[in-house]
Each structure stands twice: as C-alpha cells, then as structure tokens.
Write a protein that binds this ligand. Structure first.
Ligand code: GLC
Length: 420
C-alpha cells in the first residue's frame, strides 16, 4: 500500500514536472535546424522572446542537418508520446503525415491569419480542413554560378555541361556540385532536373509517373554528370553544407542549393564573395526551369503540456519582424507575400524581391500526402542506386514506380482521400 502511495506521488510529481520545473518555470522545448547562420539567429530571437516573459524558458536543441535524419528523430520522439519537444520544425512535406498520425496540436483555435501566407504553404500545412503548422520560411532551389569564370548562366542542360568544361581548371576542378546523398535533398534536386526535362513524380490525378521517358532522361543526365566527371563522385554522399563548402572555397563552377547559402558566401572567409550569382535551374526543350518548393513550418506537438505557451513562441517566431530579420541574417525567404514590398527584404536577398515572389509562386511542391516520407524513401533508394551505377536509370525508376504504386495501394490513402 505504501509503495502504491509512493508510486502515485511520484507519478503526480512527474506530471507536475512536465513543462514546468521546480521553480514553477514554463519550459518550452524546441528541437530545430541550425544550418549556416540559423543557430545564432534563432538563439537571438528566443532571447528577445523570453526577455519579456519572466518564468518562461526555451530550450533550443540542435537537430541533424540532414532532413531525413531530423524526420526520424521527430518520429521516434512523437511515437514515444513524450511531452518533449513542444515545438517542431517541420519540413514542408511532413505536416500531413504528422497530422494524420495525431501528433500535432490543431492551430485553428489560435486564429492564425492564413490569408497572409503563400497559398501553397497553407495547403501543405492543412490536413482534413484543419491548419496544423504555420509556414516559417520558404526555400527554393537555385543554380549558383561563378561570375568570374563565365559571362552568363546556362539556360539549358547542354549549355551547363559546356560551361562546366569552360570554367573548370586545376584550381576549380569540381564542376557542378549538388546534393546527391541518399536523403530528401536528392529528391529535391531530381525534381528540379526532372521538371527541366518535362517530367514529374506524380501527375495531377495522384498517379505515380516517375518512370516516364522524361524521368529516365533526367536521371540519365544526372548520372552522366558523375560518369563524365562534370560533378565529383563525392556529391553522391553530399548534403547542402558539403556542397556549399566546395563552392565557397572556390573549387566549383556551379552549385545547386537553397537561398541560405547566398548570404554566407558573401561574407568574410568566403573565397567567392563578389564572384557568384544565382539563376534558375536549366531546362531542356519541352521542359521548363523548375525549382522545388521547400521550407520550414512550426507546429506544436499534440503531447505538449504547454500548448498555449508554445503558441506564443510560434506566433512570435513567425511574425513579420522576425521573418525580415531571418532574411537579413540567414538569407531565408519570408512565407508572407506582403513582406515582398518591404525595402528591408529587397536589401537582404539575392534576387529582386518581386522576382523572388514570382519564383516562389511558381515553385513546384512535392506530393502533399501523409505517406510522402515512405514514397520519398523508395525513390531515394532507387535514384541513388542508379547514380552510383548499380542499376540503369530506366530499371531504377521502373522499380521505384512499382514500389511507390504498391505502397499507395496498400495504404488505402486513395480511398481515404476520395471520402474526404
Ligand atoms: C531544405 C528545404 C526542405 C528540403 C530539404 C532537403 O531544408 O527547406 O524543404 O526537404 O532542404 O534537404
């Protein structure tokens, strides 16, 4: 009996401790990404947030830079129904999955102003008619090129190859660098090349079309870059940061990357400061320059024991002022179209703000479905097999498409979507 009472007391104490520590503090835990200038920026913004709120403490925890690894980390912790973390930094492709799993706190009751965000980002964060995350910043893929080596950026894939040959030398040996490791980043690069060749991963009806002739041509072209040493073989293990280091050290002619790299490479210590610019990804006849829609959202865990405090922080971090500061310090683009008329944004980013807005509005989303991560993993495996030379691009894409179709079939997701 005594041990039962002790256990009850312990449980009670443990419940009290959730979200509040002994001193009656409210603790908000927030594991997020700290790529490039992000860590310093988020630390500064959190400091300002807590300065006005005695009794509130925010614990920012750095997560892996690799998007797929961060996904795994979140899934493990949410599956364990832990009350830590409170705030989640979701990739634009994860919200439906996490919402459908019951892991996210619905945000409608807080009354966020969804009309002030890019519609594609609101759609990506809405599941079953309910908003589950607030867009924090938007990412778009861009082609970085060396203005000291070339006169103009290439508009076609063929021209890119020629420019790599022209721009390469003993000191600039690496040609075109990109994200080729087996993770989500590879899917975004492929999506852009694929769009450039006129293909898509899924069509408008939600059918998998990643084994089309256009897709085979796109993957063949990517593989030929490695085979012809126009891209170093190491790209097949690289993420965003390894590509940035190679380009920033002056060893590459081109790089595919997100906007965050722009600000960092203009700073002291960069060997290419003043010698690079950005352009849209190239396209082949029949395709169009394609940029993947990426970016981060903030959400509250359904298991959080301090959802109201978490909302306050989320609302603060996604407010216009913080977004402008993020653009200035980290080069990351606001998810609120109204900020594209702000002179501070114009001064902060790589391309004229109205052009950036146009690019964002035309960016290509990845499929919005709760089984996106599963489909992406199947695709990542096969893309990577083709790139390392284990399979032909045609076989790899045929196998990926078959596995993706089976997964969709088994998941019953189409019936669910039809019912909704
Ligand atoms: C960036 C993008 C994200 C994408 C990831 C891939 O973080 O914002 O959307 O999935 O890169 O590496």
């Amino acid at each position: 009996m005594r041990s039962l009472r002790a256990a009850t007391l312990l449980l009670f104490a443990a419940l009290l401790a959730c979200g509040e520590d002994d001193g009656g503090e409210t603790v908000i835990t927030f594991p997020g990404s700290a790529v490039g200038a992000e860590a310093e920026l988020v630390r500064r913004q959190i400091e300002r947030f807590v300065a006005d709120r005695p009794g509130v403490r925010v614990e920012f925890q750095r997560t892996p830079d690799d998007a797929t690894q961060r996904h795994q980390l979140y899934v493990q912790r949410l599956n364990a129904r832990s009350d830590d973390p409170d705030i989640l930094q979701l990739d634009v492709i994860w919200t439906p999955e996490f919402a459908a799993a019951g892991w996210l706190h619905p945000l409608d009751r807080f009354g966020p102003d969804t009309a002030d965000f890019f519609p594609a980002t609101v759609r990506a964060n809405t599941w079953d008619g309910t908003l589950y995350a607030v867009p924090w910043f938007v990412d778009v893929g861009m082609l970085y090129w060396r203005t000291d080596l070339l006169d103009a950026p290439p508009a076609t894939f063929e021209a890119l190859v020629e420019s790599v040959r022209r721009g390469s030398s003993e000191t600039v040996p690496r040609g075109f660098v990109w994200q080729g490791a087996r993770y989500e980043g590879l899917v975004t690069v492929f999506l852009e090349v694929l769009g450039g060749f006129g293909g898509a991963i899924m069509d408008e009806a939600g059918d998998v079309v990643v084994d089309s002739p256009e897709a085979v041509r796109a993957l063949e072209w990517m593989r030929s870059l490695v085979e012809r040493r126009l891209s170093p073989r190491e790209v097949l293990t690289w993420h965003e940061e390894e590509s940035r280091f190679a380009f920033q050290n002056g060893t590459a002619v081109f790089m595919r990357n997100w906007p965050y790299a722009y600000t960092l490479m203009g700073r002291e210590g960069s060997r290419v400061a003043g010698d690079f610019d950005v352009a849209p990804m190239p396209a082949a006849p029949g395709g169009e320059p394609t940029t993947a829609l990426g970016g981060s959202q903030l959400a509250i865990s359904a298991h959080s024991d301090v959802p109201d405090a978490a909302w306050e922080l989320l609302d603060y971090l996604t407010a216009p002022e913080q977004m402008l500061e993020r653009a200035e310090v980290a080069g990351q683009l606001p998810s609120r179209p109204s900020l594209y008329d702000d002179p501070r944004l114009e001064a902060a980013i790589a391309v004229p703000a109205d052009r950036a807005r146009e690019i964002l509005e035309a960016a290509r989303p990845r499929p919005v479905t709760p089984i996106y991560s599963q489909l992406s993993e199947l695709l990542q495996i096969e893309l990577h097999r083709a790139l390392v030379g284990q399979k032909s691009p045609a076989d790899a894409l045929a196998d990926a498409a078959r596995a993706m179709r089976e997964t969709i079939e088994e998941s019953g997701i189409r019936d669910l979507e039809a019912r909704r």
